[in-house]
Design a protein around this ligand. Structure first.
Ligand SMILES: Cc1cc2nc3c(=O)[nH]c(=O)nc-3n(C[C@H](O)[C@H](O)[C@H](O)COP(=O)(O)OP(=O)(O)OC[C@H]3O[C@@H](n4cnc5c(N)ncnc54)[C@H](O)[C@@H]3O)c2cc1C
Length: 415
Protein backbone atom coordinates (compact mmCIF):
# COMPACT_ATOMS: atom_id res chain seq x y z
CA UNK A 1 0.00 0.00 0.00
CA UNK A 2 1.49 3.41 -0.92
CA UNK A 3 2.43 5.53 2.07
CA UNK A 4 -0.13 8.22 2.90
CA UNK A 5 0.25 11.85 1.94
CA UNK A 6 1.44 13.57 5.10
CA UNK A 7 0.50 17.22 5.49
CA UNK A 8 -0.18 19.73 8.23
CA UNK A 9 -3.78 20.64 7.43
CA UNK A 10 -6.55 19.02 5.38
CA UNK A 11 -9.30 21.39 4.24
CA UNK A 12 -12.64 20.05 3.05
CA UNK A 13 -14.35 22.56 0.75
CA UNK A 14 -12.73 24.98 -1.66
CA UNK A 15 -15.08 27.94 -1.56
CA UNK A 16 -14.02 31.42 -0.38
CA UNK A 17 -13.51 30.18 3.19
CA UNK A 18 -11.41 27.15 2.21
CA UNK A 19 -9.38 29.19 -0.30
CA UNK A 20 -8.77 31.97 2.20
CA UNK A 21 -7.65 29.46 4.85
CA UNK A 22 -5.40 27.63 2.37
CA UNK A 23 -3.77 30.87 1.30
CA UNK A 24 -3.11 31.93 4.89
CA UNK A 25 -1.88 28.53 5.99
CA UNK A 26 0.62 28.66 3.13
CA UNK A 27 1.81 32.07 4.27
CA UNK A 28 2.18 30.70 7.78
CA UNK A 29 4.48 28.01 6.41
CA UNK A 30 2.11 25.05 6.80
CA UNK A 31 1.46 22.43 4.14
CA UNK A 32 -2.16 21.96 3.12
CA UNK A 33 -4.38 19.57 1.20
CA UNK A 34 -7.56 21.14 -0.19
CA UNK A 35 -10.29 18.66 -1.15
CA UNK A 36 -13.12 20.10 -3.26
CA UNK A 37 -15.90 17.91 -4.55
CA UNK A 38 -16.68 20.20 -7.51
CA UNK A 39 -14.35 20.19 -10.50
CA UNK A 40 -13.09 23.71 -9.70
CA UNK A 41 -12.49 25.98 -6.71
CA UNK A 42 -15.23 28.44 -5.67
CA UNK A 43 -17.73 26.62 -7.88
CA UNK A 44 -20.75 27.89 -5.94
CA UNK A 45 -19.66 31.50 -6.22
CA UNK A 46 -18.75 31.11 -9.88
CA UNK A 47 -22.38 30.18 -10.58
CA UNK A 48 -23.56 33.54 -9.18
CA UNK A 49 -22.97 35.48 -12.34
CA UNK A 50 -24.36 38.86 -11.32
CA UNK A 51 -22.96 42.12 -10.00
CA UNK A 52 -23.46 42.51 -6.27
CA UNK A 53 -22.94 45.34 -3.82
CA UNK A 54 -22.31 43.51 -0.53
CA UNK A 55 -18.56 43.20 -0.70
CA UNK A 56 -16.95 46.36 0.64
CA UNK A 57 -14.43 47.83 -1.76
CA UNK A 58 -15.84 45.74 -4.65
CA UNK A 59 -19.08 47.57 -5.59
CA UNK A 60 -20.67 46.06 -8.67
CA UNK A 61 -18.11 43.24 -8.76
CA UNK A 62 -19.50 40.06 -10.31
CA UNK A 63 -19.33 37.18 -7.84
CA UNK A 64 -18.20 34.92 -10.66
CA UNK A 65 -15.18 37.18 -11.21
CA UNK A 66 -14.37 37.15 -7.51
CA UNK A 67 -14.60 33.35 -7.63
CA UNK A 68 -11.97 33.25 -10.38
CA UNK A 69 -9.65 35.59 -8.45
CA UNK A 70 -9.92 33.64 -5.20
CA UNK A 71 -9.41 30.33 -7.00
CA UNK A 72 -6.37 31.57 -8.92
CA UNK A 73 -4.67 33.01 -5.84
CA UNK A 74 -5.39 29.99 -3.64
CA UNK A 75 -4.18 27.55 -6.31
CA UNK A 76 -0.82 29.32 -6.41
CA UNK A 77 -0.25 28.88 -2.65
CA UNK A 78 3.14 27.29 -1.91
CA UNK A 79 2.85 23.95 -0.16
CA UNK A 80 -0.76 23.40 -1.32
CA UNK A 81 -1.92 20.07 -2.76
CA UNK A 82 -5.27 20.26 -4.58
CA UNK A 83 -7.78 17.48 -5.11
CA UNK A 84 -10.62 18.73 -7.33
CA UNK A 85 -13.69 16.62 -8.02
CA UNK A 86 -12.69 14.59 -4.97
CA UNK A 87 -14.49 13.37 -1.88
CA UNK A 88 -13.37 12.18 1.52
CA UNK A 89 -14.95 8.84 2.42
CA UNK A 90 -13.80 8.61 6.02
CA UNK A 91 -12.08 10.83 8.56
CA UNK A 92 -10.75 9.43 11.83
CA UNK A 93 -9.13 11.37 14.66
CA UNK A 94 -6.53 9.83 16.98
CA UNK A 95 -3.65 10.99 19.13
CA UNK A 96 -1.52 11.18 15.95
CA UNK A 97 -3.95 13.51 14.20
CA UNK A 98 -6.30 12.82 11.30
CA UNK A 99 -6.41 9.90 8.90
CA UNK A 100 -8.50 10.58 5.80
CA UNK A 101 -9.51 8.14 3.12
CA UNK A 102 -10.36 9.71 -0.23
CA UNK A 103 -12.65 8.11 -2.80
CA UNK A 104 -10.24 6.46 -5.23
CA UNK A 105 -8.06 5.05 -2.47
CA UNK A 106 -5.69 7.88 -1.55
CA UNK A 107 -4.87 8.06 2.17
CA UNK A 108 -3.93 11.28 3.91
CA UNK A 109 -2.35 11.89 7.29
CA UNK A 110 -3.05 15.42 8.57
CA UNK A 111 -2.31 17.19 11.83
CA UNK A 112 -5.48 19.33 11.65
CA UNK A 113 -8.78 19.23 9.77
CA UNK A 114 -10.75 22.28 8.61
CA UNK A 115 -14.31 21.95 7.39
CA UNK A 116 -15.28 24.71 4.97
CA UNK A 117 -18.04 22.98 3.07
CA UNK A 118 -20.52 25.86 2.99
CA UNK A 119 -24.29 25.62 2.99
CA UNK A 120 -27.00 23.68 1.37
CA UNK A 121 -30.30 25.29 0.47
CA UNK A 122 -33.44 24.15 2.26
CA UNK A 123 -35.58 22.38 -0.35
CA UNK A 124 -38.73 21.07 1.38
CA UNK A 125 -39.92 17.88 -0.30
CA UNK A 126 -43.48 19.18 -0.66
CA UNK A 127 -42.18 21.89 -3.00
CA UNK A 128 -39.51 19.91 -4.82
CA UNK A 129 -41.29 16.55 -5.12
CA UNK A 130 -41.22 16.89 -8.89
CA UNK A 131 -37.93 17.72 -10.59
CA UNK A 132 -39.80 20.00 -12.98
CA UNK A 133 -37.76 23.07 -13.83
CA UNK A 134 -40.63 25.48 -13.13
CA UNK A 135 -39.95 25.21 -9.40
CA UNK A 136 -36.60 26.79 -8.60
CA UNK A 137 -34.31 27.26 -5.60
CA UNK A 138 -32.02 30.23 -4.86
CA UNK A 139 -29.18 29.01 -7.03
CA UNK A 140 -31.21 27.87 -10.04
CA UNK A 141 -33.34 31.03 -9.97
CA UNK A 142 -30.21 33.20 -9.90
CA UNK A 143 -28.76 31.23 -12.80
CA UNK A 144 -31.93 31.40 -14.92
CA UNK A 145 -33.66 34.63 -14.03
CA UNK A 146 -32.12 36.69 -16.84
CA UNK A 147 -33.47 34.29 -19.46
CA UNK A 148 -36.90 33.40 -18.02
CA UNK A 149 -39.85 34.53 -20.16
CA UNK A 150 -41.77 37.26 -18.26
CA UNK A 151 -44.97 36.13 -16.57
CA UNK A 152 -46.37 35.54 -13.12
CA UNK A 153 -43.86 34.36 -10.58
CA UNK A 154 -44.25 33.29 -6.96
CA UNK A 155 -41.38 33.74 -4.52
CA UNK A 156 -41.62 31.95 -1.16
CA UNK A 157 -39.54 33.68 1.51
CA UNK A 158 -38.85 37.21 2.75
CA UNK A 159 -35.09 37.35 3.19
CA UNK A 160 -32.49 39.21 1.12
CA UNK A 161 -32.59 36.57 -1.54
CA UNK A 162 -36.35 36.84 -2.07
CA UNK A 163 -36.22 40.65 -1.93
CA UNK A 164 -33.40 40.95 -4.46
CA UNK A 165 -35.00 38.51 -6.85
CA UNK A 166 -38.40 40.18 -6.52
CA UNK A 167 -36.90 43.51 -7.58
CA UNK A 168 -34.81 41.95 -10.33
CA UNK A 169 -37.85 40.24 -11.86
CA UNK A 170 -40.32 43.10 -11.33
CA UNK A 171 -37.96 45.44 -13.13
CA UNK A 172 -38.09 43.02 -16.09
CA UNK A 173 -41.91 43.12 -16.27
CA UNK A 174 -42.68 40.03 -14.21
CA UNK A 175 -45.69 40.16 -11.90
CA UNK A 176 -44.17 39.02 -8.63
CA UNK A 177 -45.90 37.66 -5.54
CA UNK A 178 -43.75 37.47 -2.40
CA UNK A 179 -45.27 35.02 0.07
CA UNK A 180 -43.79 34.43 3.51
CA UNK A 181 -44.80 32.86 6.79
CA UNK A 182 -43.44 35.89 8.73
CA UNK A 183 -42.43 39.48 8.05
CA UNK A 184 -39.48 40.89 6.08
CA UNK A 185 -35.97 39.72 7.01
CA UNK A 186 -34.39 41.61 4.12
CA UNK A 187 -32.30 44.78 4.05
CA UNK A 188 -34.38 47.91 4.61
CA UNK A 189 -33.44 49.60 1.34
CA UNK A 190 -34.65 46.56 -0.59
CA UNK A 191 -37.90 46.42 1.37
CA UNK A 192 -38.57 50.11 0.75
CA UNK A 193 -38.13 49.65 -2.99
CA UNK A 194 -40.42 46.61 -2.95
CA UNK A 195 -43.12 48.40 -0.98
CA UNK A 196 -43.19 51.09 -3.68
CA UNK A 197 -43.13 48.72 -6.64
CA UNK A 198 -46.45 48.35 -8.49
CA UNK A 199 -45.58 44.91 -9.92
CA UNK A 200 -44.86 43.26 -6.55
CA UNK A 201 -47.70 41.81 -4.47
CA UNK A 202 -46.89 41.08 -0.84
CA UNK A 203 -48.44 38.24 1.08
CA UNK A 204 -46.59 38.33 4.37
CA UNK A 205 -47.34 36.67 7.71
CA UNK A 206 -49.39 34.08 5.86
CA UNK A 207 -49.04 30.29 6.26
CA UNK A 208 -47.06 28.90 3.33
CA UNK A 209 -48.86 26.82 0.64
CA UNK A 210 -49.18 23.09 1.15
CA UNK A 211 -47.53 22.25 -2.16
CA UNK A 212 -46.18 23.61 -5.44
CA UNK A 213 -47.48 21.50 -8.32
CA UNK A 214 -45.53 22.11 -11.52
CA UNK A 215 -46.42 21.01 -15.01
CA UNK A 216 -45.17 21.83 -18.47
CA UNK A 217 -46.93 25.23 -18.59
CA UNK A 218 -46.72 26.53 -15.06
CA UNK A 219 -47.18 25.89 -11.35
CA UNK A 220 -50.45 25.35 -9.49
CA UNK A 221 -50.57 26.71 -5.97
CA UNK A 222 -53.94 26.01 -4.33
CA UNK A 223 -56.41 27.78 -6.60
CA UNK A 224 -53.78 29.99 -8.27
CA UNK A 225 -51.54 29.58 -11.32
CA UNK A 226 -48.04 30.95 -11.75
CA UNK A 227 -45.60 30.63 -14.62
CA UNK A 228 -42.75 29.95 -12.20
CA UNK A 229 -42.27 29.50 -8.48
CA UNK A 230 -39.15 29.66 -6.36
CA UNK A 231 -38.71 28.48 -2.77
CA UNK A 232 -36.15 30.79 -1.15
CA UNK A 233 -36.56 29.44 2.35
CA UNK A 234 -33.09 29.56 3.80
CA UNK A 235 -30.22 27.18 4.25
CA UNK A 236 -28.33 24.99 6.69
CA UNK A 237 -24.68 23.94 6.98
CA UNK A 238 -23.85 21.35 4.31
CA UNK A 239 -23.90 18.09 6.31
CA UNK A 240 -21.77 15.73 4.19
CA UNK A 241 -18.42 16.40 5.88
CA UNK A 242 -19.85 16.53 9.41
CA UNK A 243 -21.52 13.18 8.78
CA UNK A 244 -18.04 11.61 8.49
CA UNK A 245 -17.12 12.55 12.06
CA UNK A 246 -18.04 10.99 15.36
CA UNK A 247 -18.79 13.23 18.34
CA UNK A 248 -15.15 13.21 19.53
CA UNK A 249 -13.81 14.12 16.09
CA UNK A 250 -16.36 16.91 15.61
CA UNK A 251 -14.98 18.65 18.66
CA UNK A 252 -11.48 18.55 17.22
CA UNK A 253 -12.24 19.74 13.70
CA UNK A 254 -12.03 23.43 12.84
CA UNK A 255 -14.95 24.97 10.93
CA UNK A 256 -14.97 28.10 8.76
CA UNK A 257 -17.29 30.05 6.49
CA UNK A 258 -20.94 29.28 5.86
CA UNK A 259 -20.40 25.79 7.31
CA UNK A 260 -20.07 27.41 10.72
CA UNK A 261 -23.71 28.55 10.58
CA UNK A 262 -23.22 32.26 10.06
CA UNK A 263 -26.25 34.40 10.74
CA UNK A 264 -25.60 36.31 7.53
CA UNK A 265 -23.42 34.16 5.32
CA UNK A 266 -21.54 36.09 2.69
CA UNK A 267 -18.23 36.29 0.91
CA UNK A 268 -16.69 38.67 3.41
CA UNK A 269 -17.48 36.58 6.47
CA UNK A 270 -16.26 33.47 4.65
CA UNK A 271 -12.93 35.08 3.76
CA UNK A 272 -12.44 36.42 7.28
CA UNK A 273 -13.33 33.04 8.78
CA UNK A 274 -10.65 31.42 6.64
CA UNK A 275 -8.02 33.75 8.06
CA UNK A 276 -9.20 33.18 11.63
CA UNK A 277 -9.21 29.43 11.17
CA UNK A 278 -5.70 29.46 9.69
CA UNK A 279 -4.34 31.41 12.65
CA UNK A 280 -6.12 29.16 15.16
CA UNK A 281 -4.81 26.05 13.46
CA UNK A 282 -1.27 27.39 13.36
CA UNK A 283 -1.48 28.14 17.08
CA UNK A 284 -2.89 24.72 17.88
CA UNK A 285 -0.13 22.96 15.93
CA UNK A 286 2.69 24.86 17.53
CA UNK A 287 2.12 24.68 21.28
CA UNK A 288 5.40 22.85 21.68
CA UNK A 289 7.41 25.66 20.14
CA UNK A 290 9.50 27.22 22.90
CA UNK A 291 8.24 30.52 24.15
CA UNK A 292 9.55 33.32 21.99
CA UNK A 293 12.82 34.76 23.32
CA UNK A 294 12.16 37.38 25.94
CA UNK A 295 12.38 40.76 24.32
CA UNK A 296 13.13 42.77 27.48
CA UNK A 297 15.26 41.86 30.45
CA UNK A 298 13.98 42.67 33.93
CA UNK A 299 16.77 45.10 34.75
CA UNK A 300 20.23 45.95 33.48
CA UNK A 301 22.87 47.38 35.82
CA UNK A 302 26.37 48.74 35.19
CA UNK A 303 28.68 47.99 38.15
CA UNK A 304 31.88 50.02 38.58
CA UNK A 305 33.78 48.53 41.51
CA UNK A 306 36.90 49.95 43.17
CA UNK A 307 37.38 53.03 41.00
CA UNK A 308 40.33 54.80 42.73
CA UNK A 309 41.62 58.29 42.02
CA UNK A 310 42.54 61.49 43.95
CA UNK A 311 39.89 64.13 44.71
CA UNK A 312 39.69 67.50 46.52
CA UNK A 313 37.40 66.63 49.38
CA UNK A 314 36.96 67.31 53.12
CA UNK A 315 36.87 69.95 55.81
CA UNK A 316 39.98 68.94 57.76
CA UNK A 317 43.03 71.14 57.40
CA UNK A 318 45.17 68.55 55.67
CA UNK A 319 42.27 67.75 53.34
CA UNK A 320 42.27 71.34 52.15
CA UNK A 321 45.94 71.31 51.22
CA UNK A 322 45.58 68.87 48.33
CA UNK A 323 43.69 65.93 46.81
CA UNK A 324 43.39 62.64 48.69
CA UNK A 325 42.82 59.09 47.41
CA UNK A 326 39.18 58.00 47.27
CA UNK A 327 37.34 55.00 45.96
CA UNK A 328 33.97 55.09 44.27
CA UNK A 329 31.78 52.03 43.86
CA UNK A 330 28.79 52.65 41.65
CA UNK A 331 25.80 50.61 40.52
CA UNK A 332 23.89 52.31 37.71
CA UNK A 333 20.41 50.92 37.09
CA UNK A 334 19.25 51.14 33.46
CA UNK A 335 15.89 49.50 34.18
CA UNK A 336 14.26 47.01 31.80
CA UNK A 337 15.99 47.09 28.43
CA UNK A 338 15.55 45.38 25.10
CA UNK A 339 17.69 42.29 25.06
CA UNK A 340 20.78 43.03 22.97
CA UNK A 341 21.82 39.92 21.14
CA UNK A 342 24.13 41.27 18.44
CA UNK A 343 27.31 43.33 18.54
CA UNK A 344 25.71 45.63 16.01
CA UNK A 345 23.38 46.82 18.79
CA UNK A 346 26.13 48.89 20.48
CA UNK A 347 24.23 52.08 19.68
CA UNK A 348 21.46 50.98 22.06
CA UNK A 349 23.58 50.58 25.21
CA UNK A 350 25.01 53.12 27.70
CA UNK A 351 28.80 53.07 27.36
CA UNK A 352 30.33 52.33 30.83
CA UNK A 353 33.29 54.54 29.89
CA UNK A 354 30.90 57.47 30.09
CA UNK A 355 29.92 56.43 33.62
CA UNK A 356 33.53 56.20 34.75
CA UNK A 357 34.44 59.55 33.16
CA UNK A 358 31.41 61.27 34.71
CA UNK A 359 32.38 60.05 38.22
CA UNK A 360 35.98 61.21 37.95
CA UNK A 361 34.99 64.52 36.40
CA UNK A 362 32.37 65.27 39.06
CA UNK A 363 34.76 64.42 41.93
CA UNK A 364 37.75 66.35 40.61
CA UNK A 365 36.15 69.47 39.13
CA UNK A 366 36.27 71.45 42.39
CA UNK A 367 36.81 71.10 46.14
CA UNK A 368 33.81 69.74 48.06
CA UNK A 369 33.70 69.86 51.85
CA UNK A 370 31.18 67.09 52.61
CA UNK A 371 31.24 63.52 51.34
CA UNK A 372 27.43 63.65 51.46
CA UNK A 373 27.46 66.66 49.14
CA UNK A 374 29.80 64.95 46.73
CA UNK A 375 27.57 61.86 46.76
CA UNK A 376 24.61 64.12 45.95
CA UNK A 377 26.44 65.73 43.05
CA UNK A 378 27.46 62.29 41.76
CA UNK A 379 23.90 61.02 42.02
CA UNK A 380 22.57 63.96 40.03
CA UNK A 381 25.26 63.58 37.40
CA UNK A 382 24.75 59.85 36.94
CA UNK A 383 20.96 60.12 36.99
CA UNK A 384 21.33 62.59 34.12
CA UNK A 385 22.96 60.00 31.88
CA UNK A 386 20.64 58.58 29.21
CA UNK A 387 18.47 55.70 30.38
CA UNK A 388 19.59 55.75 34.02
CA UNK A 389 16.69 55.12 36.43
CA UNK A 390 18.61 54.56 39.68
CA UNK A 391 22.06 54.75 41.23
CA UNK A 392 23.74 53.19 44.24
CA UNK A 393 26.96 54.91 45.25
CA UNK A 394 29.59 54.26 47.88
CA UNK A 395 32.38 56.79 48.36
CA UNK A 396 35.36 55.77 50.49
CA UNK A 397 38.12 57.99 51.87
CA UNK A 398 41.00 55.55 51.73
CA UNK A 399 43.62 57.36 53.90
CA UNK A 400 41.62 59.62 56.20
CA UNK A 401 42.79 57.59 59.23
CA UNK A 402 45.86 55.43 59.63
CA UNK A 403 43.84 52.50 60.97
CA UNK A 404 40.62 52.52 58.91
CA UNK A 405 38.83 53.67 55.86
CA UNK A 406 35.59 55.73 56.03
CA UNK A 407 32.78 55.29 53.52
CA UNK A 408 29.29 56.65 52.96
CA UNK A 409 26.82 55.08 50.61
CA UNK A 410 23.50 56.19 49.16
CA UNK A 411 20.79 54.89 46.92
CA UNK A 412 18.57 56.93 44.59
CA UNK A 413 15.86 56.29 42.03
CA UNK A 414 14.36 52.95 41.05
CA UNK A 415 15.72 49.64 42.28
C1 LIG B 1 -28.08 32.69 -4.61
C2 LIG B 1 -26.98 33.22 -3.75
C3 LIG B 1 -26.63 34.54 -3.85
C4 LIG B 1 -25.59 35.06 -3.06
N1 LIG B 1 -25.24 36.37 -3.16
C5 LIG B 1 -24.21 36.86 -2.47
C6 LIG B 1 -23.79 38.22 -2.59
O1 LIG B 1 -24.34 38.98 -3.38
N2 LIG B 1 -22.72 38.64 -1.85
C7 LIG B 1 -22.09 37.81 -0.97
O2 LIG B 1 -21.12 38.24 -0.31
N3 LIG B 1 -22.47 36.53 -0.81
C8 LIG B 1 -23.52 36.04 -1.52
N4 LIG B 1 -23.90 34.74 -1.37
C9 LIG B 1 -23.27 33.94 -0.32
C10 LIG B 1 -21.86 33.46 -0.70
O3 LIG B 1 -21.91 32.79 -1.91
C11 LIG B 1 -21.37 32.54 0.40
O4 LIG B 1 -21.56 33.17 1.66
C12 LIG B 1 -19.91 32.15 0.26
O5 LIG B 1 -19.69 31.55 -0.99
C13 LIG B 1 -19.52 31.21 1.39
O6 LIG B 1 -18.23 30.69 1.19
P1 LIG B 1 -17.84 29.27 1.84
O7 LIG B 1 -16.46 28.99 1.39
O8 LIG B 1 -18.13 29.26 3.28
O9 LIG B 1 -18.86 28.24 1.20
P2 LIG B 1 -19.11 27.85 -0.32
O10 LIG B 1 -18.85 28.98 -1.24
O11 LIG B 1 -20.45 27.24 -0.34
O12 LIG B 1 -18.00 26.75 -0.60
C14 LIG B 1 -18.08 25.47 -0.01
C15 LIG B 1 -17.39 24.48 -0.94
O13 LIG B 1 -17.32 23.22 -0.30
C16 LIG B 1 -17.56 22.22 -1.27
N5 LIG B 1 -18.02 21.02 -0.54
C17 LIG B 1 -19.19 20.84 0.10
N6 LIG B 1 -19.20 19.63 0.70
C18 LIG B 1 -18.00 19.05 0.44
C19 LIG B 1 -17.42 17.81 0.80
N7 LIG B 1 -18.06 16.92 1.56
N8 LIG B 1 -16.17 17.56 0.36
C20 LIG B 1 -15.49 18.44 -0.42
N9 LIG B 1 -16.02 19.63 -0.79
C21 LIG B 1 -17.25 19.93 -0.36
C22 LIG B 1 -18.59 22.82 -2.19
O14 LIG B 1 -18.56 22.20 -3.44
C23 LIG B 1 -18.13 24.28 -2.23
O15 LIG B 1 -17.25 24.51 -3.30
C24 LIG B 1 -24.92 34.20 -2.15
C25 LIG B 1 -25.29 32.85 -2.05
C26 LIG B 1 -26.30 32.36 -2.84
C27 LIG B 1 -26.67 30.91 -2.75
Amino acid sequence: MPSPLSIDVAILGGGPAGCSAASWLGQLGLTTLLVERAPRLCAGLAALDFAQDWVLGEPAARLADLADQYAAQASATPGLALRLGAQVESARHSADGWTLQLAGGERVQARALLIATGLRLLRPARYFASPHARVLDAVSLTAQRATLAPGRVLLLGAGDNAAENALFLAERDFDVTVWARGGWRAQTHLVERIEAHPRITRRLSTPLPEALLPDADGVTVGTERFDHAAALLGFEPEPSAFALLDAHARQRAFVAGDASGRWHPCVQTALADGVQAAKQIEQSLRPQVAAAPQRHNNRQVIHLQGLRFRANLGVLDFERTGPQPIQVDADVNLGALPVVARDADIGHVLDYRRVRAAIIDECTAEHTDLVEALLGKLCNRLMGLPGVVGVRLKLTKLEIFPDCEVAISTELGAW
